[in-house]
Design a protein around this ligand. Structure first.
Ligand SMILES: C[S@@+](CC[C@H](N)C(=O)[O-])C[C@H]1O[C@@H](n2cnc3c(N)ncnc32)[C@H](O)[C@@H]1O
Length: 449
């Protein structure tokens, strides 16, 4: 008779109507009642299966939640993740489908937390690349996606300072569609909104640019940090921009940036944006990595994201944030082998994202781009191995093995590991360790069947 033990990768999460069983290697999810949880608990000390509740025992065995007592469990999760990474390195085509283009490093605002000023560009000359250079990148993206559907994001600095480039890029993409080279494209802009006019709003809506406007909350909160060079706040102009976009028939997404002192009031901010500004789509910026973790505490962020997500769901408002992709990964039982959590790294539609800096160089990390480890002077000479190294580095951190999020968090990304010397990122751990149980036990957010 086989003696079974609880698998180190078995997790049991109580919720309002019962318990959720989760296998953190296979991502299998099972629903059960208190009596099933009791069966699970009865294996805290290994014992033979086949007692009075043997149907449940068999289900738990089949799901790999109970395993033979002599099964060596060490590194099973990490080894599986490594295998997937090795395979991905060999099989991924290396094509790019998303380009974030920093049209300029200049900005008419001077937000005091901005990474563009503080982290990345502080020592760099602010020389802009010529228009042709940007269009060369766009042409390259088109070539990467024959009959496909690439995405360009206008970013900065403030992208609306380069209205000419937005129009030139749009023209190039539209011509590519007209010539049958690509099936279509998505273009989106992240903007501070202050340079919007009714004419521009009409043009943007007409050309179907998805608009994301940065807004950190009500006037007092927003204007504490999102200010012009003379210190004046931007809130009133953002509200004006929203009116212009709506008058033109569009609807922007609102993008909130959190600081250590605002992370706990995110739910209040989201409620404000939904109730007072009538937002239909709200997004939260991912925190910037630092040598110690993230700029905001991972646990506080997780709690705030959870509350905000449930609120948006209850109001039929779209909610985007770090962690939202867990629903899809778990529902489709798809591990996260790619070190990047910013792009769209897994699944049938998997693609890589690139960042075109305002000086015209291309990086294959969409966050970090002034570093020779990730940049390439010419888009025509990107060695696939370098990109694969960045995305599928097989180094692992032992502690990820028993983590409930081990297979869907992906561990610290390559950039985080470079910054902190290769170890775990404590904020990432706090965030994903709590987000996974949340997603697993809230059917209302579209979580696991
Ligand atoms: C760098 S801005 C560029 C586009 C445009 N100027 C804007 O304000 O939306 C893009 C987004 O990054 C956000 N951001 C800037 N610094 C950040 C930081 N340290 N952590 C997280 N997000 C940050 C901004 O608030 C904004 O939502």
């Amino acid at each position: 008779m086989t003696i079974y033990k609880q698998s180190k990768y078995g997790h049991v999460l109580p919720h309002e109507t019962g318990v959720t069983f989760f296998n953190s290697i296979t991502l299998e999810v099972l629903e059960g009642g208190e009596e099933d949880a009791e069966v699970w608990r009865s294996f805290e000390q290994p014992r033979a299966a086949g007692g009075t509740a043997d149907a449940t025992e068999q289900v738990l065995v089949d799901a790999g939640l109970l395993v033979p007592v002599d099964r060596v469990e060490e590194r099973r999760l990490l080894d599986k993740l490594t295998d997937i990474r090795v395979t991905q390195r060999k099989t991924r085509s290396g094509s790019f489908k998303f380009l974030r283009m920093s049209l300029t490093e200049r900005c008419n605002l001077k937000c005091d937390y901005c990474f563009v000023e503080e982290v990345i560009y502080k020592d760099l000359p602010k020389e802009a690349a010529p228009t042709e250079r940007f269009l060369e990148h766009v042409e390259w993206l088109i070539q990467q996606n024959p009959n496909g559907w690439p995405t360009v994001q206008y970013f900065g600095g403030e992208p609306m300072l380069r209205w000419d480039l937005i129009q030139d890029t749009t023209r190039a993409l539209e011509e590519a569609v007209a010539a049958g080279r690509i099936a279509g494209f998505t273009h989106e802009m992240t903007t501070n909104g202050t340079l919007m006019t009714s004419e521009r709003a009409r043009w943007l809506v007409e050309h179907e640019v998805s608009l994301t406007i940065s807004l950190d909350g009500w006037k007092e909160i927003n204007d504490r940090h999102r200010v012009f060079h003379n210190g004046r706040g931007s809130y009133d102009l953002v509200i004006k921009a929203v009116k212009e976009i709506r008058a033109a028939g569009g609807e922007p997404q609102f993008l909130i940036t959190l600081l250590p002192e605002t992370v706990e009031i995110l739910p209040k901010i989201v409620r404000f944006v939904v109730e007072e500004i009538d937002a239909k789509s709200v997004a939260v910026n991912a925190p910037q990595p630092t040598v110690d973790g993230w700029e905001v505490d991972g646990l506080a962020l997780s709690r705030s994201v959870q509350e905000s997500w449930l609120f948006c769901n209850s109001r039929g408002v779209e909610f985007q944030s770090l962690g939202a992709f867990l629903v899809e990964l778990i529902n489709q039982r798809r591990p996260q082998p790619d070190r990047c959590f910013e792009g769209n790294p897994t699944g049938a539609d998997a693609h890589w994202g690139g960042y075109v800096a305002a000086d015209g160089s291309l990086s294959f990390c969409i966050v970090w781009h002034q570093d020779e480890r990730v940049t390439t002077p010419s888009v025509h000479q990107i060695p696939k191995e370098r990109v694969a190294d960045w995305h599928y580095d097989t180094a692992s951190v032992d502690d990820c093995d028993g983590c409930i999020a081990g297979m869907v968090c992906g561990g610290p990304c390559t950039l985080e590991r470079l910054l902190n010397g290769g170890g775990l990122n404590p904020d990432r751990c706090k965030f994903f360790k709590t987000m996974v149980p949340f997603v697993l036990t809230r059917p209302s957010i579209g979580a696991p069947q």
